[in-house]
Design a binder for this molecule. Sequence first.
Ligand code: NAP
Length: 307
Amino acid sequence: MNSIFDTIIIGGGPAGFTAALYAARAGLNTVVLEKLSIGGQMALTSQIDNYPGFPNGVDGFQLGMDMRDGAEKAGAEIRFSEVLSLDLTAEPKKVETDSGTLLGKTVILATGASPRLLGLPREQELTGRGISYCAHCDGMFYRGKTVAIVGGGNSAVAEALHLSRICEKVILIHRRDTLRATKTYHEAIANAENIEILWNSRVTALHGTEKLTAISVEDLVSGKTRDIDAAGLFVSIGRQPATELVKNQLELDAAGYILAGESTQTNIPGVFAAGDVRTKQLRQIVTAVADGAQAAAGAEAYLRNGR
Ligand code: NAP
C-alpha cells in the first residue's frame, strides 16, 4: 500500500523548493520530485545579480542547492525521479514516476519553462560558449564585442536594447519584415545607433571550434547566405512551458502556460501551479519563490478544509 503525501511537488527549481520549505514548515508530509538536476533554469546562470540579499550576486547552481537544503532541513523529502503521467482528478491524486506510483492529497506543479531553441546543429555544444538564451544574464561577457540576436518579439527587442548599451554592435535577425514587439519598442530600436536589423532572415549555421566566432545568415527574399562574424548569438524566440504532462487536464493559456491567478490555484481543486509554468507577467526567481510560498499556503488551506 502506498503512503499518501499531503503534497507532491513536481519540479526542483526555486518555486518547487520554496513550496516545499513552506509546506514542510506547516507540517505537511511533503515530497519534491526532480527529474534531472537541482535548481531548474536558475542553475544554468552562473551569476545572478537581481535576487535580493546578495549585493555581490550569487551563483545560480549554489542558490538552487541552498534552496534544496533548506527544504530538506525543514522536513521535505527530495526524490530524483521522472514523472511519467498524472491523474489529477483522482482522490488522492496519482503521480506515476519511473520509480513507482505516488499518491498525494494535493499536487503543486513547478515544472518551469525553458527557452525555445533554434534547432541548429552544434547549438547545444556551443551554449555557454557564444550561444546564450538570456541577454540580461550573459550580456556582460560580450562587452565591446559584436553580437547577434534572433527574434522579433518584446523579449528580443528589449534584450537587443540592453545589449546595445554593452556591446559595440548588435545585429537583430528576424524572420519577417515587421516586429512582433509592441509599437513602443519600434522607435527605441530605430534610434539605437549600434543596432542593425536584418529583416526576412534566419540563422542557418554556427561556426567556431572552441567557441562561436561566426554565423551563417540566409536572406529569405534573395535566398542568398552570408557569414557574419559574431562573438555571441542570443536566441530570444520565446519560451516553452513544461506542461506536456497536464495539457489534457488543466486549463492552459494560448501559449501553453497553466492558467492560475495569484492564488496559484488551477481549475482542479487541490492542484496548484507555481513559478514559470504559470500564466504571469514577470518570470523571475523572485516571482517563482513568491508563487511557491503561495501554493504551499493554498495546499495547507485545502487540507485544512477537510479534503
Ligand atoms: P514572442 O512574443 O512569442 O516572440 C517570439 C519571437 O520569436 C517572434 O518574433 C517570432 O517570430 C520569433 N520566432 C519564434 N520561433 C522562431 C524560430 N524558430 N526562428 C526564428 N524566430 C522565431 O516571445 P517573447 O518575445 O519571448 O515574449 C513572450 C511574452 O512575454 C510575450 O507575450 C511578450 O509580449 C511578453 N514580454 C513582454 C515584455 C514587455 O512588455 N516589456 C518584455 C518581454 C516579453 P514571428 O514574429 O515571425 O512569429
